[in-house]
Design a protein around this ligand. Structure first.
Ligand code: AKG
Ligand code: FE2
Length: 558
């Protein structure tokens, strides 16, 4: 059994001293637990690993997130025979322990019990803490699928320290392995809320905000049978207080959380907050959501159109699209061959002179893949175009053959997209040849990309109303290991360096932590960057799409 505690920011002195104190107490508890229980408990804390690592200057992370994950079962039989024991012994023990260690026993009333619409036995309580200015929410959520004889239990305690930092403590997740229906149909979305700093000066706004979110949050739980996490970010330079809210719906019916529902909930929260804060709606800004789909079949044409130009949603994540055991691990074998890789340079085009230059952003590509951006602004007879089309096999074909008998994940992804919106590999109109599809991108430890936008300047490719990109992530969970995908919800004039300079002074609107096997689609015309890789290597596979101006169809290339 493994327990991992991760802290997102060690640089802040308040956080590091808090983390070290908690570490010491937990370590001694886990040591005792090892001696008295039949199962060994391994304990890891991120404070041990990354104390000196730098946080990307624009990283919005200013909170602590500690996650305790308990997963000790390999087989259904084993899980079934132990689950009650584990739930009874381990969960209350860890939950109560963390609570007691930090603040002494607190009586959390089981104030709300609802059978929810789609899950059973949600116990949710939220209590103000007697000693300090904050609140604790504690959820025990169980869900039983009778058909598959499976049971899922979540336990989470969230502790928010008003105005200073937020902590999510103890997400103990006991999963039975034969419950694929349950996990396939879990859908969530994330959005951010921020309140301008001025309003917080000398006022009680922050406390009220916390309270109103807690109330709204309670209602959301009641309404949908969802579990959620709130994190608050204190950002003194720009926004004041901001918060990211992740809402997940657990539905046996595989019904995705629609954008309409997300919007309705955002409106609901906004109204709730405004009335409690006596504030004008305009003072509260709400960032657009990122949609997470656990089942790729839930993708729709509507979602893709909402992502176009970053107009309505900022990202679509397909969770665990690729199999870690096969596709991801086979692709990751390539990391070891230094001779396979060469620097990939990002193009920079001066908006006034139309001159291009290339800059190394810390990303490597396979030598056998000729980068399409080398052809930018080059005439058809140039050596760059010749190099792009002359290879007998392009990288996509190499990877398809390398992965055989496992599928090339881009093929399945394009087939799924094609079932909802016509999707074809772009045939270059001048060369009458198919473009390459799929670019591997390797970022070693410490690398970091600048904030950039992507749009090919070659008009002959077609007329596109929006560019989209999809990234397939092969690394084990990147959480707390850096390499987050940061997106700024700022509409740019085409290739404007001044706009990018302005963006650099702002915090990202969205900070996505890619996990092994995920695919994340974004609109790369919005400024985006990859935060510093802090551990291991970040290997991903990237594809670009153009949404045609005249027809609702996608063209694909790299
Ligand atoms: O690897 C990523 O997360 C983002 C890659 C990127 O820059 C893009 O999709 O345009
Ligand atoms: Fe990009």
């Amino acid at each position: 059994m493994g327990i991992t505690i991760t802290y997102s920011d060690h640089e802040t002195p308040a956080i590091s001293s808090f983390a070290l104190k908690l570490d010491a107490r937990l370590e001694s508890f886990f040591h005792k637990y090892d001696e008295t229980s039949h199962s060994a408990l391994t304990y890891e804390s991120s404070t041990k690993e990354h104390v000196n690592n730098e946080i990307a200057p624009w990283s919005p992370a200013r909170d602590i997130t500690m996650t305790v994950t308990v997963s000790s079962f390999e087989t259904v039989e084993e899980a079934t025979s132990h689950v009650d024991l584990v739930v009874l012994e381990v969960l209350p023990e860890i939950g109560n322990l963390l609570q007691t260690l930090l603040w002494g026993p607190v009586d959390l009333p089981k104030s709300d019990t609802t059978d929810g619409r789609s899950c059973e036995g949600v116990i949710w309580s939220n209590a103000p803490h007697p000693k300090w200015n904050g609140f604790i929410s504690r959820e025990i959520l169980t869900s039983t699928a009778k058909s598959s004889n499976s049971k899922t239990i979540w336990y989470r305690m969230t502790i928010s320290l008003t105005r200073t930092l937020a902590v999510t403590l103890g997400c103990a997740d006991v999963r039975l392995v034969n419950a694929p229906d349950m996990f396939l149909s879990t859908t969530s979305f994330t959005f951010g809320i921020s309140v301008p700093y001025l309003d917080l000066m000398g006022s009680q706004t922050a406390e009220k905000l916390v309270q109103s979110l807690a109330n709204a949050d309670k209602q959301l739980n009641r309404q949908f049978g969802i579990c959620e996490a709130l994190t608050f970010v204190r950002d003194e330079d720009h926004f004041g207080i901001s918060c990211a809210l992740t809402v997940s719906r657990i539905s046996k019916l595989a019904k995705p959380y629609t954008t309409e529902e997300a919007r309705r909930d955002v409106r609901h929260l906004l109204a709730e907050m405004s009335s409690q804060l006596h504030q004008d709606h305009k003072c509260v800004t709400i960032t657009k959501p990122a949609i997470t789909l656990s089942n790729p079949a839930d993708i729709t044409k509507g979602l893709i159109l909402q992502l176009a130009n970053g107009k309505e949603i900022l990202a679509i994540r397909l969770k665990k699209f690729m199999d870690p055991q096969t596709t991801c691990s086979i692709l990751r074998k390539l990391e070891a061959y230094d001779e396979f890789w060469t620097p990939y340079e990002h193009e920079l085009i001066d908006a006034t002179t139309n001159q291009k230059r290339y800059e190394f952003y810390g990303v490597y590509r396979p030598k056998i893949a000729y980068p399409f951006n080398r052809t930018y602004l080059e005439p058809p007879e140039s050596k760059e175009w010749d190099a792009y089309f002359s290879a007998s096999r392009n990288l996509g074909e190499h990877l398809r053959s390398y992965l055989f008998p496992y599928e090339y994940p881009v093929d399945r992804f394009l087939a799924i997209l094609d079932s909802v919106i016509d999707t074809n590999v772009l045939t270059h109109p001048v060369f009458d040849a198919k473009m390459q599809v799929g670019m591997l991108r390797l970022m070693p430890n410490d690398s970091i990309t600048g904030i950039h936008t992507d749009r090919p300047p070659n008009a002959e490719l077609g007329s596109f109303r929006s560019i989209l990109s999809a990234n397939f992530y092969t690394a084990p969970s990147l959480s707390n290991k850096g390499g987050e995908l940061l997106i700024w919800d700022v509409q740019m004039s085409v290739r404007s360096d001044t706009d990018i300079e302005k963006v650099k002074t702002k915090h990202a609107s969205l900070n996505l932590v890619p996990e092994e096997g995920d695919v994340i689609m974004i609109c790369p015309e919005l400024p985006h960057a990859i935060a510093q890789v802090k551990e291991g290597k970040r290997l991903s596979l990237n594809v670009f799409f153009g949404l045609l101006s005249e027809r609702c169809e996608l063209r694909v290339w790299n």
